[in-house]
Design a binder for this molecule. Structure first.
Ligand code: NAD
Ligand code: ZN
Length: 375
């Protein structure tokens, strides 16, 4: 009795007092060409009974393809096709959760996301919202999710974002674009099958691949860098250089970019991204510009901050005949530009990582406006 009392009186430390982040990693991963076909075996032990479905959220680019026949759907499992045309939104997550709850008396046994960062993020968020009350927007932020999510599996079909390893799901909400960053966001299982990325169009391959490259540059040149991030970031950068500058075979290129994405994601997990990401958030929030291309649009004008990285980026663009669109911000009003600058500057940890604790004295609103105006 005495001991119990003593424990109860002791203050439980809050997470904010953590000096070093204790973050979860994906506990199980399978890698290899054709590994997608092991999915049925992987899911089997997670099935409770025939009335509790596995829900497969699938990028609708695969509608009518052979992949559908390879999905191990049995009993009352459901395949839901979702467009990746737009980045995920909180109300889209809420609608999906409602649809699943309306249709089934039981909670699903698992959510399996198959697609790019858009589908992976949606799947993570749906898995969280199935066990936590309220709406997705309630959980945008850091460590706001109280309950464990449903078992969820991530299967990337395009490489670069690192969403397959990260503990966040980036969502556009009613008043902010922000991730649900929590220990329950991370996937329970990831299937890395490079063959699934075969159909990706060249431009999209480049933009999403550059997301990974920019993760490396921003992490390796950031003030938050440490041995953990450096080890992953350097490996990811080496793989990106091979993929985008050497002449690899198609299968080598697919394998390496998939592993680069993984390592790039691990690198930023223990550091942070930087200026291109902060400014790309502004483009995404105001104009709906997607993450990968948005990063490229900004990064090309950041030679002052990442001279070596931008030089190599130009070389990669040239090798692959990539021409970025122009005039994106040309017709914006001053008020709109200011709003974009405000969104970008709101990403404080990104600026601190990029420029150090005194970042506010280095970067000005005018400077950001002038960069946006070039885009
Ligand atoms: P995406 O999921 O938006 O897909 C881009 C395009 O590629 C879509 O048209 C899609 O249909 C197509 N596509 C995907 N796989 C294909 C295939 N095998 N064949 C043919 N077409 C295919 O792309 P993305 O760049 O991977 O993801 C961007 C999203 O990821 C953004 O919403 C961004 O916010 C998010 N993101 C999340 C994290 C994270 O840690 N959670 C990190 C970075 C980015
Ligand atoms: Zn990114």
């Amino acid at each position: 009795m005495e001991i119990k009392k003593e424990i109860a009186l002791k203050k439980i430390p809050t997470r904010t007092s953590e000096k070093y982040r204790n973050f979860p990693m994906v506990p199980r991963v399978v890698f290899g060409s054709g590994s997608f076909d092991q999915l049925g075996d992987i899911l089997l032990p997670k099935r409770r009974h025939s009335e509790a479905p596995m829900i497969f959220l699938l990028d609708d680019v695969f509608e009518g393809t052979d992949l559908i026949d390879r999905i191990p759907s049995i009993f009352c499992d459901q395949i839901i096709f979702i467009s990746a045309e737009e980045e995920p939104k909180t109300d889209q997550v809420d609608a999906l959760v409602q649809k699943i709850k309306n249709q089934f008396h039981e909670l699903p046994c698992g959510i399996i996301g198959i697609g790019g960062g858009t589908l992976l993020d949606l799947s993570k968020a749906v898995a969280i919202l199935l066990t936590n009350k309220g709406v997705a927007a309630d959980y945008q932020g850091w460590d706001l999710v109280p309950k464990k999510s449903i078992y969820h599996v991530g299967i990337p079909t395009i490489s670069g974002t690192g969403a397959e390893v990260s503990r966040t799901t980036v969502l556009l909400g009613p008043n902010k674009k922000l991730g649900i960053n929590s220990d329950y966001t991370t996937f329970d299982q990831v299937v890395l099958d490079p063959e699934l990325t075969k159909g990706v169009k060249k431009e999209q391959w480049f933009y999403t691949g550059m997301d990974c490259y920019i993760h490396c540059i921003e992490s390796l040149n950031g003030t938050f860098l440490n041995a953990f991030s450096k080890s992953y970031g350097e490996k990811a950068l080496e793989l990106c250089k091979e993929v985008f500058l050497d002449n690899l075979s198609d299968s080598e290129s697919r394998n390496n970019l998939m592993m680069a994405s993984w390592h790039g994601g691990m690198s930023i997990a223990y550091s942070q991204v930087g200026i291109a990401h902060a400014m790309s958030y502004g483009l995404g929030y105001l104009l709906g510009v997607k993450h990968g291309i948005g990063n490229c649009l900004v990064f090309q004008y950041l030679e002052e901050f990442y001279p070596g990285g931008v030089k190599l980026f130009q070389k990669m663009m040239k090798k692959h005949d990539i021409v970025l669109p122009q005039g994106i911000c040309g017709n914006l009003t001053d008020a709109e530009l200011e709003q974009m600058v405000a969104v970008a500057l709101g990403m404080e940890p990104l600026w601190e990582n990029a420029l150090g604790k005194n970042w506010k004295s280095i970067i000005t609103e005018e400077k950001l406006k002038s960069i946006y105006k070039k885009i």
